[in-house]
Write a protein that binds this ligand. Sequence first.
Ligand SMILES: [Mg+2]
Length: 382
Amino acid sequence: MKIEKVETFLVPPRWLFCRVETDEGVVGWGEPVVEGRAESVRAAVHTLAEYLLGRDPLRIEDHWQVMATAGFYRGGPVLSSALAGLDQALWDIAGKTYGAPVHALLGGPVRDRVRMYAWVGGDEPGELADSIAARVEAGFTAIKMNAVGRMPARHATQSDVHGVVERVALAREVLGPGRDVAVDFHGRVGAADARRILPLIAAFQPMFAEEPVLPDRPHLLRDVVTASSVPVATGERLYSRWDFRQALEAGVAVVQPDLSHAGGISETRRIAALAEVWDAKLAPHCPLGPIALAASLQVAFATPNFLIQEHSIGIHYEEGAGLLDYVMDAGTFRFTDGYATRSDAPGLGVQIDEAAVRKAGEKGHAWRNPVWRHEDGGLAEW
Ligand SMILES: [Mg+2]
């Protein structure tokens, strides 16, 4: 079997899909994307595809090594995400060729259900309570919320800090003691303010605090980790096992590689194994489309130190198009009591609606994240 064609589709709301076709008619799908940089990743996918054309798709590891390292320059979001999407497509082809789900090829399932968490938006307290209650009503046992919105200034005031504490307290009140809340800092507050805030929310026992420090400042992580008992999570902007090493050495409790950014299924499995050395758990980042989510679930079913999975269904940025618009059977992503159920469908276990993808690809998108400013006009972290 040989790889014959690699195509890419820029589809709303902000995604990029790739389709890898073989001379035997087996087709694999992947999702190589960096949110806001989709066109750059698309160019990188087609550069990497030059090597794949005419080669055996089942030599996944060898292709991974070539795509990751043989170009001399390596790593970073664009190259690692292009690699990630192609890696997903190759695993999809392998599963379809062997008639097995990818998790079977990874050693077989270690669980039958995968716990999911749901995003809640809403910056107003009333809105937040309603939003969480709706997620609980839908069966979710865990939610994630932003710690803060746009910071008015570089330094958090007492009322900024108080606002975070109030919101986490409210979430805990609505959730009760038997469900979980995760708090995403999005790198917005800085290490010093994170050290002030974390001890104050520790009483509400969040499942984890995400990106309390920007990913390019791993040397500050240890101080934040030791500032409170709140488990610290990071990783959506880290791209390889080498990137994760410093975070793990600093004591993070949860690693969050994104299946579409961190070298795909192949590298995420290795990051998870590395995390086990530090007793850290895997919670893949995935505010993305159906292929990234399907790839995440395959890893979750086969990875012992998996904790919980993110998904984008019903998320705030889904305007005009959503994850379910690109799949043949929406039941693939129907969650029961907040859990995804394992299936034996081959490959990534999702049937992509090719006609819908081709049609959406004609429309494309030009999604960019907003540029935020502090009240003094200075640039703020989004
Ligand atoms: Mg995040």
